[in-house]
Design a protein. Structure first.
Length: 151
């Protein structure tokens, strides 16, 4: 189906390992930074990592926007073209949303996200957009996004 990306555990493991290496490098940088720098970086890390989907500690990133009527979560892959198109569409329309790059999550969090999507009737393909915890849109479906978000 156009507008969808699939993942395999092998690909997800590779990306997760890269993320973990980057996180280790960031921690090493924290050691040599000034106190102010450390506080600023810790604040950024906390904003990116402490916001959870249903209270879980997954890597959720909040993108601010002027239009805040709907609660939107985008489950994406960091390398997926269709996922980037969904994010760009929301940004261009100044819609506030949150996203999770599922391939950058650890195995446990990926499983929780998979269960969440399957529970809502999705097929664990990417991108998956959930609007107001009710509407599930799979793939980059500009027409459906415009309709649901009243754009």
């Amino acid at each position: 189906m156009p507008g969808l990306c699939q993942t395999t555990d092998k690909n997800a493991r590779c990306n997760t390992n890269s993320f973990q290496i980057n996180l280790k490098l960031l921690r090493a940088l924290l050691i040599v930074c000034s106190v102010d720098g450390i506080k600023r970086i810790q604040k950024e890390i906390n904003q990116r990592c402490s916001i959870g989907v249903r209270g879980e500690n997954v890597n959720v990133v909040k993108v601010p926007g002027e239009k805040t009527k709907h609660k939107i979560i985008v489950y994406a892959l960091s390398t997926c073209v269709w996922c980037r198109q969904v994010k760009n569409f929301l940004k261009q329309h100044k819609v506030e949303y949150e996203y999770v790059d599922v391939d950058l999550c650890n195995r446990e969090d990926r499983e929780k996200i998979k269960k969440e999507i399957l529970k809502r009737g999705g097929s664990f393909s990417f991108p998956t957009v959930i609007v107001d915890e009710k509407v599930l849109i799979e793939g980059f479906r500009e027409d459906k996004l415009k309709d649901v978000l009243e754009l």
